[in-house]
Ligand binder design. Sequence first.
Ligand code: ASP
Length: 354
Amino acid sequence: MPTLKPHGLALLALLTVAGGAAAQEVPAWSFAIHGGAGTIERASLTPEQDAAYRVSLARALEAGAAVLRDGGAALDAVQAAVELMEDDPLFNAGRGAVFTAAGTNELDAAVMNGTDRSAGAVAGLITTRHPIAAARAVMEQSPHVMLIGPGADTFAASLGLEQVPPSFFFTQRRWDQLIRVLTEQGRPTPLPPAGAPGSPLGMAATAPAPPLDERKFGTVGAVARDSRGHLAAGTSTGGTTGKRPGRVGDVPVIGAGTYASNADGCAVSATGDGEFYIRATVARDICARIAAGQTARAAAQAEVDDALSLGGYGGVVVMDTRGQPAFALTTPGMYRGGVTADAAASVAIYADEE
Ligand code: ASP
């Protein structure tokens, strides 16, 4: 387990300070993740919840770091960490994903390999346990970039990727959240999916509010630079609570929520209001800004601000060719963390921790 340093992102920031010889050092490898952005404030998390998120983030960081420490590929590190977070019910991806208005989980994911700008994406999965693995399979084992719906699940199954009943993704917390949102909006509430231990209709609507307002956010993502200097990015999500069935967000849209290019010198994974992140082409524009000479930090902030100017909140994690993770957010918090060959893992939640 890596050392937990709640304010440790400041250490990573120090590595980027211009001038000193140390600032020129490029760590042998570097890795960073996010677990979603949103209205996450100190007052909204109990100490136990705060600690639980930090432990989960540290575990995911270590999963990626272990791959990179062994000389593994950026893409493998990204997949390892995202799969762990997909299985973690704290995050809105895989198990623990938010529900559509119809009471179903529809999962989106994407990966991109900066080496050759190959990319794979899936949308609307309902039975594939690890959507990020399906996205990678699309990239590596099909001539396509994006597969959706039953065809995507069938493709994943045909390659031996683990299939689960839809109720596998069910969590009471997300179900209660759906019922509350739909009730507040005066929309009809669905029955829990078959096989789920779901609450009886009507009871969930009166359940106490969860401490977090995560109605929109909670996506997971990772960016990596491996010891060969290759960059990769991956993102996975259940989308947004109460979304219309069939809705696809920014995550699997290459250039919106996910992008990586060695040539541009960047890898990006985003979280936020997907519709606005698509319209602002956030991930691709960050890379274009970096290719034009902006710092990762400045490029990231400019693009989350651009999405915000359209009305969309969220955040991004960016990796550059110097192995310096950068984060930017327009929400009070974003679950996030970074680790390099030279710096111990550090995690953060609230905006002011940077
Ligand atoms: N960006 C995701 C979507 O719109 C949601 C999130 O980041 O949590 O599907």
